[in-house]
Design a protein around this ligand. Structure first.
Ligand code: SAH
Length: 410
């Protein structure tokens, strides 16, 4: 990682307890309060600090916040000044990574916090509009530098701030939404793999839509297209990401379900805007209730499966480790019902965006649902987050999205 060569002016010092430095050396940027042996009394929250191990050997430069459980977020192991040039270089490096691994994308996550060694900063690019989130105090205080760097690199039409995440409270930061640069009049039409999605960047989910699924939309649609004229069910469809890709790839009929009326209205408009209104329909429904009603049978009646492909992309059912058992019951329930609705030879594309449920656990739940429904599955694809959400294995928190595609063998 190259950074500008300006020497660091003397910064206040934070010293770690013994045995706390290895994680940092491996690349993890978080220092919890319990790992700190000494913090210079002159440090103010949000300040840059010099981090040292218990032998006082240099570890790097980070941002300090005594109000946060994460007291220091390391920005760099190098002796550099954290200034405009630093942010410009970091963001350019992040952009180059996307251009290398995700060529052709025009809307993508430019900076994914820890994944790009900028803990507390997210920047999403939606065509010519940028959306910024700062979830750490020190990063929030440096917003003017970040905005200046973004203007130089992207010359965006608009820069929006979407800062209403729960995590800001733990940093002592208030909610803040608004325009940092330029103007935003109405929704933005975002291009994903050549399809158009109308996106409300001032109020949508996440910073607008789910960019992390962009590569998976394409791959899932290719798998669905192996079965010509498929009948597809897209559960938790939101703006119609999977549904529209499936429709374009050759599915005969696609039905999307989401409990949000706004999402259904937007998905319906998106289908029309892409010339897919004939085959893609959307219905406001609770997926659990809908699947239950479709799989209910009278005694001695046999359920006739009607879908060639089912997509399950629910929100995270977990908020923390403690809620994992309930979440697993929820995942099992939707898989049980989805498998009952799938024809033999059909495709199940299923995703889990909970960091607390790893991919082995997720697959176990699916297999247990397959067992209960007497189905045998063939795994034909394994999914992760799109390349604009890089995974740094020494920072486990950077990995959250996992998914599989299975064919129903019988
Ligand atoms: N597949 C979508 C993302 C889904 S996000 C995409 O690729 O863009 C989860 C979606 O599930 C949200 O739109 C939310 O409104 C919806 N949702 C959450 N719980 C639901 C439920 N029980 N029934 C139906 N929709 C639900």
């Amino acid at each position: 990682m190259s950074t500008s060569a300006t020497p660091t002016p003397a910064l206040p010092i934070v010293i770690l307890k013994p045995r706390e430095a290895d994680r940092v050396v491996a690349g993890h940027p978080w220092i919890y309060a319990g790992s700190v042996m000494y913090a210079a009394p002159t440090i103010k929250d949000g300040d840059l600090v010099e981090l040292r191990d218990h032998r006082k050997h240099w570890l790097g430069v980070g941002l300090f916040n005594s109000q946060s459980k994460i007291q220091v977020r390391l920005l760099t192991p190098e002796h550099v000044e954290v200034n405009l040039a630093f942010f410009e270089e970091r963001i350019r490096a992040a952009l180059a990574l996307r251009q290398r691994h995700f060529p052709g994308a025009t809307s993508f996550r430019v900076v994914n916090a820890e994944s790009d060694f900028l803990s507390g900063l997210i920047v999403d690019k939606y065509e010519d509009v940028l959306v910024v989130q700062t979830s750490a105090l020190g990063m929030d205080q440096r917003k003017p530098l970040i905005v200046a760097a973004l203007k130089t690199i992207f010359q965006p039409r608009t820069i929006v701030e979407r800062n209403e995440m729960a995590s800001r409270k733990f940093e002592g930061l208030p909610d803040a939404n608004g325009i940092l640069e330029g103007q935003l009049d109405g929704p933005v039409t975002v291009n994903l793999n050549g399809l158009k999605f109308e996106t409300d960047l001032s109020a949508g989910h996440k910073t607008g839509l789910y960019l992390d699924q962009q590569a998976n939309y394409q791959r899932t649609a290719e798998l669905i297209a192996l079965n010509p004229n498929a009948s597809v069910l897209d559960c938790f469809s939101f703006l119609g990401g999977f549904a529209l890709h499936a429709g374009r790839a050759g599915a005969a009929r696609v039905h999307g379900l989401d409990q949000s009326a706004d999402a259904i209205a937007a998905a319906t408009r998106n289908a029309a805007a892409n010339g897919l209104a004939e085959k893609c329909t959307f219905e406001q429904a609770n997926v659990f209730d809908w699947l239950k009603s479709q799989t209910a049978v009278a005694p001695h009646e046999k359920l006739v499966p009607k879908f060639d492909a089912v997509i399950l992309d629910p929100p995270s059912f977990t908020r923390n480790r403690g809620s994992v058992p309930d979440a697993l019951r929820g995942y099992k329930e939707i898989h049980l019902r989805a498998l009952k609705l799938l024809k033999p030879g059909g495709l199940l594309a299923t995703f889990c965006c909970s960091h607390h449920v790893d991919s082995a656990t997720f697959q176990d739940v699916i297999l247990s649902a397959a067992f209960d429904t007497r189905r045998v599955l063939r795994r034909v694809a394994t999914f992760g987050q799109s390349p604009d959400h890089p995974v740094i294995p020494s920072i486990p928190e950077t990995e959250y999205l996992k998914g599989f595609a299975f064919e129903v063998v019988r």
